[in-house]
Unconditional design. Structure first.
Length: 264
């Protein structure tokens, strides 16, 4: 798979940062991008891009390359709530202090980075402040506002887009809904737009990502007709809607109550 162009350019110029946050919605395969990045950095057959089929690339794909540490949220002995375990972060930090055994870099990929405890984040921060030479740490996050400021400020932020929405299936519709909401249009015209979206979870996530992108575009405009407060409120309502849909609450009902909350 192709990497975001900003990463490709950094690899070409040799200007690799030691820490990144790959931020993107649930529907964006951030882990796949992180693995491709690791291949591009470690593959010797096609350095800079990764051949995808040599021993190094295959090990990275299968998750058993000794120099690529992958951390994931897990349940604990005491709780079923999934989170990146403190012990796992401690082990990873120790591992990064040891020389790489196969290539010339140690890479750590922290999936579900949003779920790190404050203690784990704090330990990680020390490593981000003084990273061992050649180390690359990639934190995957659905919403980087869930990570402490101190971590965010030490990582380069890369936005990962959803592959299920490559040609912006809902981009126009989302922009229209955002415009209608900003213009205080009556609810029935917005409801009509929502009714045209398929009621599956996957479609809803793609639509919500497009809504968030539409609001982020407004933030970047020099003068937007939407107030910043309103944009932040909308983005947080979109996040609430995502969480409801993840908990299997009815898609259409959730989308409609979201637009009411944003407009209200
Ligand atoms: Zn390779």
């Amino acid at each position: 798979m192709s990497l975001p162009s900003i990463l490709e350019n950094q690899i070409k110029s040799g200007d690799i940062h030691h820490a990144y946050i790959f931020e993107g919605p649930l529907t964006a395969d951030k882990e796949k991008v992180a693995r491709s990045f690791a291949m591009a950095l470690l593959c010797r057959v096609e350095p800079g891009t990764g051949c995808g089929s040599c021993a190094t690339c295959r090990k990275i794909k299968d998750g058993n390359h000794l120099d690529v540490n992958l951390l994931r949220a897990e349940p604990s002995k005491y709780s079923k709530v999934l989170s990146v375990r403190d012990e796992a972060v401690d082990q990873m930090i120790e591992r990064l202090k040891v020389k790489p055994s196969e290539g010339d870099r140690n890479i750590a990929i922290i999936c579900d980075g949003d779920t790190m405890t404050p203690r784990a984040a704090n330990r990680l921060l020390k490593t981000l402040e003084e990273p061992p030479v050649g180390t690359v740490i990639v934190i995957l996050s659905e919403n980087m506002n869930n990570l402490p400021d101190t971590i965010r400020s030490r990582c380069q932020h890369i936005r990962i887009i959803s592959e299920s929405n490559p040609d912006g299936k809902y981009t126009e519709k989302a922009r229209k809904v955002v415009e209608l909401l900003a213009g205080y249009n009556n609810y029935s015209s917005i409801k009509k737009e929502i009714d045209k979206i398929e009621s599956t979870k996957e479609e809803a996530f793609v639509f919500l990502d497009s809504m968030e992108d539409a609001y982020r575009e407004e933030l970047l405009k020099i003068s937007s007709s939407i107030k910043r407060d309103q944009i932040f409120k909308a983005v947080s309502e979109i996040e609430i809607a995502r969480n409801k849909i993840k908990r299997n609450i009815n898609v259409k009902y959730t989308l409609k109550s979201m637009v009411l909350a944003i407009g209200g």
